[in-house]
Design a protein around this ligand. Structure first.
Ligand SMILES: [Zn+2]
Length: 459
């Protein structure tokens, strides 16, 4: 009898312990982008997680290392073999973005090196000029570099609340590390462009490395989000005709900027930069042609500044639009079924087109979210527009992926001796590569321990 009572006490205390541990170990739902978008704790957003469909991804270079063609990747090797004959045989410039020893004649600028002269029109035939401004007056091309940042839910929620879309220039390494965060950009109706694999200065790399940096970033976005991007922005703006030729051969256009918030530097100067830019807009600087402003989703500071100054920018500019919308590029991805609104549609309130079922299916979702053209209030609750009506098909594996304007010279070109590129190395929020914990492993081992314990205690 005493033994039975003791067993009961032990069982009772064990159960309490189990319950308290279970509560402590409750993990947010990271099964799909809709559930992930509901996470509001930045620490939980940035906790490494394993995304099951990633098991089916092709091999990628080591994250945050300079990309090279992965050994045995015949698709990448064949693509490089196919295009390398079209790439100018000019040597790389400088070392890791340090151009202080580069002998370069700015006045002649033999191959349109943006870093040296700010030029945006390639001298190589057959390549379109970079986009650094947008044609529509009183407009700004709204976009953010260096994402997906792991803790961007609050910022993306803010844009949902404002019915605002933007262009996201994603780093391949971030896309692989944070797949659900990357998917959120597509799901929310933002435009996704590439921004290299490791955020290196591209003109310092060999042509094959530059190819791999861009190729694998495009592949990463395609593997994670199911869309093939057709635009990119070079880190630090560092591009020349050799890099443009590689980009062009991969079917991408180059998007630069005209004004720079320098938000990644932090400090009071960032406020000055925002206020100056907004003041220029109010002063009529863009009354004849719109512009593009460089901002980042690197960290809480830069995203916070974007939200802080959003109302003022909205007030200063008549229209704030993604770059694709500004250019009336209604099919920004190779998958033609994914559509974007025209500029006129956007400013009339249709800020996005619904994602096709094929795209939703790729994200492991089964229901079509309503177009935010209707500005449905349900869009603003969690950032993921249909958190109640969109359901995830559990355990979904990826299905098949859903099948310029002239610009002027940026006003503040860097010089070849600038150390700007060298100082902004890996973005400050660079995560270490997360391990891939198997979901449920912790809880399963805990249950096994519990069962073993019960058996040991004679139950
Ligand atoms: Zn960047």
């Amino acid at each position: 009898m005493l033994t039975n009572r003791l067993n009961l006490v032990v069982l009772s205390s064990l159960t309490t312990h189990v319950l308290s541990l279970a509560v402590k170990r409750a993990e947010p739902d990271r099964s799909n982008v809709v559930e992930f978008a509901k996470i509001t704790d930045p620490t939980q957003e940035c906790a490494p997680y394993w995304y099951p469909p990633s098991d089916n991804y092709p091999q990628f270079p080591t994250t945050w290392g300079v990309a090279n063609i992965v050994a045995g990747d015949t698709a990448a090797q064949n693509k490089w073999n196919e295009i390398k004959g079209k790439i100018p045989n000019t040597p790389p410039k400088g070392v890791n973005g340090d151009f202080s020893n580069v002998q370069y004649d700015n006045s002649k600028d033999p191959d349109c090196w943006w870093t040296a002269t700010g030029c945006v029109t390639p001298k190589l035939a057959g390549i379109a000029p970079d986009v650094a401004r947008i044609p529509e007056p009183l407009s700004v091309g709204y976009g953010f570099d260096d994402g997906p940042n792991c803790s961007h839910n609050a910022f993306y929620d803010y844009m949902v609340q404002k019915n605002q879309k933007a262009t996201m220039f994603f780093i391949g390494s971030n896309v692989i590390n944070w797949p659900l965060q990357a998917q959120r950009a597509l799901y929310d109706g933002h435009e996704i462009c590439a921004h290299s694999w490791s955020h290196s200065s591209m003109t310092s790399l060999s042509s094959e490395q530059a190819f791999a940096e861009i190729y694998y970033t495009v592949q990463a976005i395609k593997s994670v989000a199911g869309v093939t991007v057709t635009c990119w922005r070079p880190p630090y703006g560092d591009t020349d005709d050799r890099i443009r030729a590689i980009v062009n051969a991969l079917g991408l256009s180059t998007v630069l900027w005209q004004y720079d918030s320098d938000d990644w530097k932090g400090g009071a100067q960032v406020d000055t930069n925002y206020k100056t830019f907004i003041g220029q807009a109010k002063g009529g600087e863009f009354s004849k042609q719109g512009t593009i402003y460089l901002q980042h989703e690197i960290d809480e500071f830069t995203m916070g500044k974007a939200m802080e100054y959003y109302p003022s920018m909205k007030d200063a500019f008549k229209y704030m639009v993604p770059v694709a919308v500004a250019l009336n590029k209604t099919h920004p991805y190779a998958e033609a079924e994914v559509e974007f609104p025209t500029f006129d549609e956007y400013i009339s309130g249709t800020v996005r087109k619904p994602l096709p079922d094929s795209a939703l299916s790729y994200l492991g979702l089964t229901a079509t979210p309503p177009s935010s053209a209707s500005s449905s209030p349900s869009n603003s609750a969690t950032g993921a527009s249909t958190s109640t009506s969109t359901t995830a098909s559990s355990g979904a594996s990826p299905s098949s992926p859903p099948s310029s304007s002239p610009v002027s010279t940026p006003t503040a070109p860097a010089t070849p001796t600038s150390t700007r590129a060298a100082t902004n190395t890996v973005p400050p929020s660079t995560p270490t590569q997360p391990s891939k914990p198997k979901p449920g492993k912790t809880m399963q081992s805990f249950i096994n321990w519990l069962i073993g314990g019960l058996k040991r205690w004679g139950f």
